[in-house]
Design a protein around this ligand. Structure first.
Ligand SMILES: *Cc1c(COP(=O)(O)O)cnc(C)c1O
Length: 479
């Protein structure tokens, strides 16, 4: 190859028609892969690719060759959350349309950090819809992030900057105050991580006991706030849970909003999956008060089934939000015309400059299915949780371990913890179903989280039958 050819080369295909034909075949196979998902095991052990094929890829390979490898070495070994009997942790299912949406976004390859182009307006539209869904004022701000973990970081960083105006520039050391945040003992670990990351440290998080429903005890919260004030600490934030990770409990958000207002504290809500119950008029009353949050973190990739990964933060006070993240670097001037315009930029509302076009897949899922149908999926999962609760009541070998609040059911086979863990491991290994485990009041439980639009009641029958059968057999083998 002559030097001049090399300089002028691109990464585009040499033969566009061949590339088109191969790409169409790949898409067909991907759609079949989703259509037939039920016929495959929920999970199987992946190939350790990094051990078997770790040569640095120096030379080009054809699309067909790359696909042959991926379709045999990677595609058959997903997490499992696309399968109707995946009930572990809290994972969204995704949609077939999500595949198409990702393709469109990759085609445009937009950078949504800022500037004036269509993707920015799509994200503004999605944020505007989110504000309407959750009853936030039009003047509120928001942005998409990779998930609720990041949305918690950004929301709590804004709250932290409100503690003392010097913090943004002079750092925490400039302030003598000792900021304290409050959350129930059922909080997700991402809240702890967020406080560690923003320099407050996890010791600033005071954990408040919960009621028998696993909701924060408001009286205990009030007592702790006043004791901390007496001790010279500086309460600054209450974090409410809209759907706890262990049991799906929803704190009394209205009461927390009242306390935050009376005590002049920032009110942040971790609504990773549970906030989406807001879509359902039937479930909405459970979340009353969510519209009063100063900041609300939630995920589109869990109970809205948008492909990973995309979450959202809404912030009531736009100016506090922008003040926490805005910069004035000359090379990012936003007052220009044409492509250099488009202020305000999303990069002034969060830590990231380059940002992908995640908004497209959110927009797509909302448009393709509509709020009513998406709400019906949320309601279906909550009804299925009640159904599973009923199945547990019918089996004397099983025991319910926490009240069913929304979509999470915690129960156990009446046997030691180790046997329950073994049941869950075997369910995974055999590809039958994928619940996870949790620790409730010091005991290991089998935990089923229903954020799966493909699940049918019959799948829960399969799960319960398998648990009872495995448990009975294991109890005989290891008395
Ligand atoms: C999943 C989850 C998170 C973390 O969200 P990511 O999207 O995984 O970052 C936080 N809180 C709760 C209650 C969750 O379920």
């Amino acid at each position: 190859m002559a030097t001049s050819d090399r300089v002028e080369a691109t990464l585009d295909p040499d033969d566009w028609e061949r590339y088109r034909a191969s790409s169409h075949r790949i898409l067909d196979q991907l759609i079949d892969f989703l259509k037939d998902v039920r016929s495959r095991p929920v999970w199987r052990a992946p190939i350790e690719i990094e051990r078997t094929d770790d040569d640095l890829p120096m030379a080009p390979r054809s699309l067909e060759d790359v696909w042959r490898w991926l379709s045999t070495q990677v595609l058959p070994y997903p997490t499992g959350n696309i399968h109707p009997r995946f009930f572990g942790w809290v994972h969204g299912t995704g949609t077939v349309g999500g595949v198409v949406a990702e393709m469109i976004a990759a085609t445009m390859n937009s950078n949504v950090g800022g500037r004036e182009h269509a993707a920015v307006h799509v994200e503004r539209q999605v944020v505007s819809w989110a504000k309407r869904i959750f009853g936030f004022p039009e003047t509120a701000s928001g942005l998409l992030l990779s998930g609720t973990s990041m949305a918690n970081v950004v929301g709590l960083a804004i709250a932290r900057n409100g503690v003392d105006a010097r913090i943004k520039h002079a750092g925490l050391a400039a302030s003598r105050l000792r900021p304290i945040a409050y959350v129930s003992s059922e909080a997700h670990v991402s809240v702890t991580k967020a406080l560690e990351l923003i320099g407050l440290g996890s010791d600033c998080l005071h954990r408040v006991p919960v009621t028998s429903e696993f909701e924060i005890d408001p009286n205990a919260l009030l007592q702790q706030i006043s004791a901390d004030r007496v001790a010279g600490l500086h309460p600054f934030c209450i974090i409410g849970n809209a759907g706890t990770v262990n049991t799906g409990a929803v704190d009394d958000l209205g009461r927390l909003a009242d306390i935050a207002a009376a005590e002049a504290l920032w009110f942040h809500i971790d609504g990773a999956f549970g906030a989406l119950a807001q879509l359902s008029p039937r479930l909405q009353p459970r979340l009353r008060g969510i519209e009063r949050a100063d900041s609300l973190a939630f995920d589109f990739h869990k109970w809205l089934h948008v492909p990973y990964s995309v979450g959202c933060l809404l912030v009531r006070d736009e100016s506090a939000h922008r003040a926490a993240f805005a910069t004035d670097a000359g090379y990012l001037a936003k007052d220009g015309r044409a492509l250099s315009g488009g202020a305000p930029w999303f990069s002034d509302y969060g830590p990231e400059l380059s940002r992908g076009f995640s908004a497209l897949k959110v927009w797509f899922v909302l448009q393709e299915h509509g709020i009513e149908k998406l709400a019906a999926m949320v309601e279906k999962n909550c009804d299925q949780a009640r159904y599973l609760e009923g199945l547990i009541a019918q089996h004397s070998e099983l025991e319910l371990c926490a009240p069913v609040s929304l979509n999470i059911v915690c129960f156990r086979f009446r046997a030691p913890d180790a046997l329950n863990r073994e049941i869950v491991d075997q369910l995974h290994e055999r590809g039958i179903a994928a619940p996870s485990t949790a620790t409730i009041r010091g005991r290991l439980v089998i935990r089923v989280a229903l954020t799966n639009h493909r699940t049918m009641r019959a799948d829960l029958d399969v799960l319960v039958d398998a648990i009872v059968e495995l448990g009975s057999r294991l109890r005989v083998e290891t008395p």
